[in-house]
Design a protein around this ligand. Structure first.
Ligand SMILES: [Zn+2]
Ligand SMILES: [Zn+2]
Length: 140
């Protein structure tokens, strides 16, 4: 499906193609901190599927558990996180991870997997019809 979204203040906007079978919830500590909530809902898309349509985001480079550097894109005015991007050309399948709360289509989107369940908050039950992984899913 096609989605479009923007930050809270509207300075940064994007559009993307999205595979509804690749929508996930992440319970890692970084996602809890960056989202300001118990978990974050994201989807991974090939880099060609995504583009910014308005504004220039600010970036923050973070080292992921895998050791790869991920470039977090957020609005420099309102602080909303929009996505993470690959850094450099070293990845064989560069992907963008879209923070789905910013999408207009967010109310229709449903996660199919949960990752980093080892740091899920104790008061939250696993989602029904969703695959659970303690950390990252094994590479397929
Ligand atoms: Zn903004
Ligand atoms: Zn996470």
């Amino acid at each position: 499906m096609h989605i479009s979204g923007q930050c809270f203040c509207g300075a940064i906007a994007y559009e993307s193609e999205l595979d509804e079978n690749r929508i996930g919830v992440c319970h890692c500590r970084d996602c809890q901190i960056f989202s300001g909530s118990a978990f974050r809902m994201s989807s991974v898309v090939p880099i060609e599927a995504f583009r910014f349509t308005r504004g220039e985001p600010k970036y923050f480079d973070k080292r992921a558990d895998s050791g790869a550097i991920r470039r977090l894109a957020f609005c420099g005015d309102c602080g909303t996180h929009l996505c993470s991007l690959p850094v450099g050309g070293d990845s064989t399948s560069p992907f963008v991870s879209i923070r789905l709360s910013t999408a207009r289509e967010f109310p229709q989107l449903k996660p199919v997997s949960e990752i980093y369940c080892e740091s899920r908050v104790a008061w939250l039950e696993p989602l029904s019809d969703s695959i659970q992984f303690p950390r990252m899913p094994p590479k397929s």
